[in-house]
Design a binder for this molecule. Sequence first.
Ligand code: TMP
Length: 229
Amino acid sequence: MSYFISFEGGEGTGKSTQIKILKERICKTSNYQCLIIQEPGTTNLGDKLRVLLKKETSPDHSITYLSELLLFSAARSELVTKVIKPNLEKPNLIIIADRYVDSTTAYQGFGRKLELNQIELINKIATHMIYPDLTFLLDSDPEVMFQRIISKSETNLPSNLNTRMRKDIKGTRKFEEEPIEFHKRVRTGYLKILKSSSERMVKINANQDKGIISDLIWQKIRNNIPNLK
Ligand code: TMP
């Protein structure tokens, strides 16, 4: 039987870094294989929808919030059917998801303020009722994270570019461009999910050193999955 772990959190909270560290640790110390999946993405349709959903659009080409919810959910259903389900029964496999269903509740439910009952129903359909065994919520005040994102991205770009060119180079960043209030609501959403899903969700302070964070994640995983050193 495989294990299914998801990573959740706001922008810039270090999910991808922690997933990379975790994968290396698992490969080094056990017989488990890792399958990393990304939402939206990983499937053909998911990759196409990722570009569409993350791209900044002019007002004429904007997508309604309900359509956005349905597109994220279509990507998820595809991922569950084509990737997650076929791998769930495999022995010695750990599926690690960079975002999953909680992102929809936090971003579309709390961030976009769509009807939570509708989201719950759509989430059930899109996940085929398959939920992670364990979810790590990397939690931080969005103000702190955005300071970090700005200073990191500015230092990686040549200084003689105007704002439009900077955006083009940095690529698809629709959600990062939302006002800070949106991101605060997303965080509130995640903390509400934590309260109702404490059996599978663990909160970790994302402002700590990445080594400390990866040790906390490792401790929790070793307590849950047998035969990890
Ligand atoms: P990321 O993979 O770089 O984090 O980008 C995915 C973006 O899409 C991120 O801003 C969060 C957003 N998102 C939603 O709004 N709803 C969802 O269901 C998912 C999976 C992601």
